[in-house]
Ligand binder design. Structure first.
Ligand code: KG4
Ligand code: ZN
Length: 330
């Protein structure tokens, strides 16, 4: 069994994990930075990068301790090399390079999106390629056909905001604070999803792309009108997002070719209403449905370690001078 050290630092979570190629999660540690960013209502890149510098090395040491391992026991060091906030990505990648060089281990530069895309295979050993993936996070909203490691065909993307961004902005409009997604979901539970008429951008259009900017503006207008209860706005907003995701996935299923499984990954996949709508969609199309456990949906280092393990098994390692990339489409 190969053991991979995974490192994640592309946004506001610093994380380290030790993952076995047999899918064993030997250790995973995570330090969020919510308190540091809360006063600003969103992630401040410079604060994030400084926080990664402070906590990443102790996190890696703690993960090794948890697993009862030393760096010598590790077969490769995998770190997110992009896309993401470049200062933070550089902190994690440089740390990984230093460890790889010091211990004489190979480096694996992981695309953060590939980490999300392959994470369902860490959670479910029976999930085979190809599968249809809805990747929904704060920065991304894509439908991908995953044919193998490194083989991704993008069927849809967002033409403006990502779904998670729409949740975060709705939370800000409703004064729920940061991070927004879980708070909007919690408030939506007590609201009426039919109370506020909100648009479903691009619904029914031929291309399976997403758009959420217009929905966000409509939420703002509804909130400013003073005519609606916040819980009804939250519930109506969430229902609009669900409708858009399902309609666009229907298109992608029709256009993307056969896939036995529908898979969801990324932070927004933590949303219960979205998960159950996706499960029903998969059942209607006779597809299996895989959603990783919640902790594996939001940013973490286990998915980076696992993507590293998948790449390591194929002999895909990277040179020590590889650069961090703020943008890096799959
Ligand atoms: O994957 P992730 O941790 O970071 C990125 O790579 O973006 O995703 C974070 C996003 C945030 O926009 C957050 O509001 C959203 O996922 N999110 C949720 C929920 N939990 C997290 N959105 C809706 N409902 C949730 N329960
Ligand atoms: Zn992410």
């Amino acid at each position: 069994m190969a053991i991979i050290l995974g490192i994640e630092s592309s946004c506001d979570e610093s994380a380290a994990a030790l993952i076995g190629s047999d899918r064993s999660i030997l250790a995973h540690r995570l330090a969020g930075q919510e308190d540091a960013h809360r006063p600003y209502g969103g992630v401040v890149p410079e604060i994030a990068a400084r926080a990664h510098v402070q906590v990443l090395t102790p996190l890696i040491e703690a993960a090794l301790n948890d697993a009862g391992l030393t760096l010598d026991d590790v077969d490769a060091v995998a770190a997110t090399a992009g896309p993401g906030l470049i200062g933070g990505v550089m902190v994690g990648l440089v740390t990984a390079k230093a460890l790889a060089m010091a211990a004489g281990k190979p480096l694996i530069a992981v695309n953060h999106l590939e980490g999300h895309a392959l994470s369902p295979r860490l959670a479910d050993s029976s999930l085979e390629f190809p599968y249809l993936l809805l990747l929904v996070s704060g920065g991304h909203c894509q439908i991908l056909r995953v044919d193998g490691v490194g083989q991704y065909r993008r069927l849809a993307t967002t033409i403006d905001d990502a779904a998670g961004e729409a949740f975060d902005k709705t939370a800000k409009i409703l004064g729920l604070g940061y991070p927004g997604g879980p708070r909007v979901e919690a408030l939506a539970k007590t609201g009426d999803a039919r109370a506020v008429p909100l648009p479903r951008p691009l619904l029914g259009s031929a291309e399976p792309h997403f758009s959420f900017a217009g929905l966000k503006s409509a939420v703002l207008r509804a909130a400013q009108s003073g005519n609606y209860r916040p819980e009804d706005i939250a519930a109506s907003f969430q229902a609009a997002v669900v409708d858009c995701l399902i309609d666009r996935l229907e298109k992608a299923i029709a256009q993307g070719g056969p896939a036995s499984h529908l898979v969801v990954a990324g932070g927004v996949a933590a949303n219960g209403a979205i998960r159950s709508a996706l499960e029903a969609l998969a059942a209607r199309h006779d597809m299996g449905f895989v959603a990783p456990p919640l902790w594996l949906c939001t940013d973490n280092a286990a998915m980076i370690g696992w993507a590293g393990a998948e790449r390591f098994a194929l002999g895909l390692t990277d040179p020590l001078d590889i650069a961090a990339r703020p943008r890096w489409p799959l």
